[in-house]
Ligand binder design. Structure first.
Ligand SMILES: Nc1ncnc2c1ncn2[C@@H]1O[C@H](COP(=O)(O)OP(=O)(O)OP(=O)(O)O)[C@@H](O)[C@H]1O
Ligand SMILES: [Mg+2]
Ligand SMILES: [Zn+2]
Length: 466
């Protein structure tokens, strides 16, 4: 069974509100209260607080860190066993260049899902909403947003707005009043800092935890000592109010963890796998319907497969398959320039045509009436730009005559578009795409095939408009 983590992200655009204190201590309380639950912590900040707090041995220079995780490393490679039984991923100063990879909002969710990390993952973020923070927000089953005053409460609106923009359910988001100074008292309805913050939050439609975290000189002193260490609240500030508050927050989190059947990472990964399976199925189906022969020379492609340089498809998708590069360029050379194969200039002209043909899509639309047989030939760029049009006569086509010039064209049209009793299927046409002869099937992969779809729609409109 694949393991997926339950992800908790601590985020606030405001600096110094207690994010890192909350993230690190929450990890320790979770582990203490649920020993068998793996807890892993990581930070997108470069303060190395996580490392200082959890490191058992001194960091080796090239030890894999958060950067490695974001490059796709697996749990076993990046998660270190740390103090208090908490797993941690080393912090990195190299996250600046990672943004390119994180254009999409769900990249981190996928990476966490694929990493194989189990239990709980806690992500401490930087005080901003850069793409990494956004990814951490979308990956989270729970987002805790510490607020300590009105400006930090004001800032929350950006996080909520992000979720609104993307149409993501905001039920994972919750504020938690932090650094609450119980000595501050107000006159009137709201007697203290936390009641005021909570009232404003609720008034704005933000969910707020029942618990809060008090400001405590003892807690503040935990990272200021001669040893340069950072001590946990659980072991070094048990006597404080904050200890009880952390117990309460941890219980609340554990209740959510227990109530969650499928985490965000699991849901997203399952969805991705289904999409992949569907893509693969469609690809296999597309492979299956291909013509066995090159419709121009008639050779079996399995036997003469070295020069599959073009892919063709009819507008009704009845016929699809690969064509030899040589066959297509010879056909175009004869059709466009009226040259016969034994013409002295044929080879030179064909080389020119062949070169151009690898960059353009050819559209072949037969226009057959009782009086004439003509071919509407057009070239488009792969981006769909119309490059060329030629209106060509097809002498003797109707009578099934070959004249040494149009033979290949007639063969292709007849083979691909033949309908009942030898007549061409009405309104149908043919498009021919250059492919990589080293891997012609790649054109049938989801993304490239989408391009063909788009072009064909575009062609159908172009043809209709005449
Ligand atoms: N409950 C508390 N009581 C007193 N001081 C606290 C408490 N929680 C955190 N602090 C102190 O407040 C300061 C900021 O805390 P912390 O580093 O956790 O905030 P942060 O939001 O992570 O900051 P940054 O945005 O810079 O990453 C630290 O000096 C920390 O020791
Ligand atoms: Mg911090
Ligand atoms: Zn051929």
């Amino acid at each position: 069974m694949h393991a997926y983590p339950y992800t908790i992200t601590i985020s606030s655009e405001k600096g110094g509100v207690g994010k890192t204190t909350l993230a690190t201590n929450l990890a320790i309380y979770l582990k203490a209260m649920r020993e068998d639950l793996p807890v892993t912590i990581l930070s997108f900040d470069n303060h190395f607080t996580i490392d200082k707090m959890f490191e058992l041995q001194k960091r080796k220079e090239d030890a894999p860190d958060v950067h490695a995780l974001l490059m796709g490393a697996k749990a076993g490679e990046v998660v270190q066993t740390g103090q208090y039984g908490v797993g941690y991923i080393r912090s990195s100063t190299e996250l600046g260049d990672i943004h390119e990879r994180f254009k999409g909002p769900m990249t981190l969710t996928r990476m966490l899902a694929e990493s194989g990390i189990s239990g709980i993952v806690i992500i401490d973020t930087r005080p901003d909403l850069n793409i990494l923070t956004q990814n951490a927000l979308y990956a989270a089953d729970r987002v805790l947003i510490p607020v300590k005053d009105l400006p930090s409460l004001e800032n929350c609106k950006n996080i909520f707005a992000l979720f609104d923009q993307r149409g993501i359910d905001k039920k994972s988001l919750a504020l938690i009043p932090c650094l609450i100074d119980s000595r501050i008292k107000f006159e009137g309805v709201f007697k203290d800092q936390k009641s005021l913050l909570r009232a404003i939050a609720v008034n704005r439609g933000y969910r707020c935890l029942d618990t809060y975290i008090s400001k405590s000189p003892k807690v503040e002193s935990l990272n200021t000592n001669p040893e340069g260490k950072i001590y946990p609240i659980l072991t070094h500030a048990r006597g404080t109010e904050v200890h009880g508050q952390f117990m309460e927050i941890t219980r609340d989190i554990l209740r959510s963890v227990d109530a969650t059947k499928e985490t965000r990472a699991c849901l997203y990964h399952t969805w991705l796998l289904e999409k992949e399976a569907h893509k693969k199925e469609s690809y296999l189906a597309r492979l299956e319907g291909l013509a066995e022969r090159c419709l121009i020379c008639g050779a079996l492609l399995a036997e003469h497969s070295d020069d599959r340089s073009f892919y063709f498809e009819t507008s009704d998708r009845t016929a699809r398959g690969f064509l030899h590069g040589n066959c297509v360029s010879s056909m175009l050379c004869s059709t466009l320039y009226g040259l016969q194969q034994n013409d002295p200039t044929f080879d030179a002209a064909r080389a020119l045509v062949a070169d151009k043909a690898t960059r353009v899509v050819s559209l072949l639309v037969p226009r057959i009436s009782s009086e004439t047989s003509r071919l509407d030939y057009r070239q488009f760029s792969m981006a769909g730009e119309h490059l060329l049009q030629k209106d060509l006569e097809m002498p003797g086509f109707d009578a099934g005559e070959f004249d040494g010039i149009h033979d290949r064209l007639y063969l292709l049209l007849n083979e691909a578009l033949a309908g009942f009793e030898g007549a061409l299927r009405k309104e149908s046409w043919l498009s021919v795409y250059p492919v990589d002869p080293g891997n012609p099937e790649a054109i049938l992969h989801e993304e490239s095939y989408k391009t063909i779809h788009r072009l064909q729609k575009h062609f159908a409109e172009a043809i209709l408009s005449i």
